[in-house]
Design a protein around this ligand. Sequence first.
Ligand code: ATP
Length: 443
Amino acid sequence: MASLGDPSHAHNQSFPFDQLPVLDLFFPGLAPATSAAWSLLTGSPSTYGQALCIGGSLLLFGKYALKCIEKLLETYFSSTIEVPYTDEAYDMLISWIDLKPSAEPGSHAEKKSLHYSPCNGRSCFWHKHPYISCFGRNPVVLRELLNECRRYYLESVGNKTCVFEHQGDRWKASKSMAKREMSTVIINKKLKEMLLGDVAEFLDPKTRTWYSRRGLPYQRGYLLHGPPGTGKSSLCLSMAGHFDLDVYVLTMSNLNDHSLKSLFAELPQHCIVLLEDVDAIAVHRKAGGSVDESQNARQNGPADTKVSLSTLLNVLDGLASSAGRLLIMTTNHIGRLDPALIRPGRVDMKLELHLANEDMTNQLFYFVYNTPPKIKERVVEDCELLHLAQEFVAKVPKLEFSPAKVLSFLLANKHSPRHGIANVAAWMEKLQEERTKLTRITS
Ligand SMILES: Nc1ncnc2c1ncn2[C@@H]1O[C@H](COP(=O)(O)OP(=O)(O)OP(=O)(O)O)[C@@H](O)[C@H]1O
């Protein structure tokens, strides 16, 4: 029996090649590779083994060397501009890419249109004629590109009102809508004029100087209150269009203290901050006037899921530190608001929007059926309009329906005012039924 130390046995220790064909049966091509590796390990490399070894090393080190070169180039020979997802420049970049001919989604653009956006990592695209990459230490090309994106973006939203909404504690452009003419929001004429005059005066640069000379906080707050569907949000949006401002919408029910603070910290200069349904913060006070925290917690839920009044007051007061923002709060229940929230200085003007009176119903009728003189095709002849409007107004009880309801009815009959007028009674009956049903459910 041969011992392990027996040199003659060493020779017999070679790879069991007699087993190779069997291995090859299951793993074709494995046998030659293992034989090369075996001969390398046992110190007698074949040419094939040597080549394999050199190739492998080249592959390994080549990859590493490439990474090093890439890093070196990136660090010393290229410029990079970071465009975070949350930055408006990101939206500009996206709209620019979307506008590129290569991004045209084809003839079915209207339905399920495609939108293109840059992904994380490296992207190559054409900018003017040369093929640009960020190679080189001069960032001018990148700046130029971003400027071009900005130009495209501003052109595309030129006649639009941009609305930003919050996602967690970040702002995100949610939609850009065609500017809504102030004339399409039907409210008391004097009220509208007063509001527009006040905002125009506030935004005047002279007013800003006036405030700063006296060390007064340059801020203005408005409260729009009234029943649902009286045009509070519409008024805010059309004001934004009128004064060319973007709107940042905060929905109180989806916020907590932390997100509210972060969102306020990120607001740009010159914009409208719309706080919708501020009554979502129901505040209970004790007999002495102090805030009843336990009652608040019971009604509003845990503190980390809701906005507390003290945080809201703090951020509103902080708003004064950055100039040029208009604060507009809306509510359907002014009686539920804490007096501290709507005290002068935080709210400078309160405007109540009403259910449709005779004048508003008349204006809504004209809004739907009056056709501009340029358009030949008309539903009603001008001479008939006055008479039909009077007939409609006489049938609709005043201060009973919101402008939203009246408008919705008129739009349902937009092709035939006569048919609409004939159906007013049935419509009111239906509304009454709905109201009774709702009262039964809620009681
Ligand atoms: N006064 C109005 N003039 C013209 N359209 C109106 C008016 N009020 C409501 N509408 C129309 O009704 C719809 C709802 O209006 P809007 O959202 O502005 O009402 P709101 O008072 O903000 O309601 P809510 O309190 O429920 O938020 C919109 O389509 C709007 O065009």
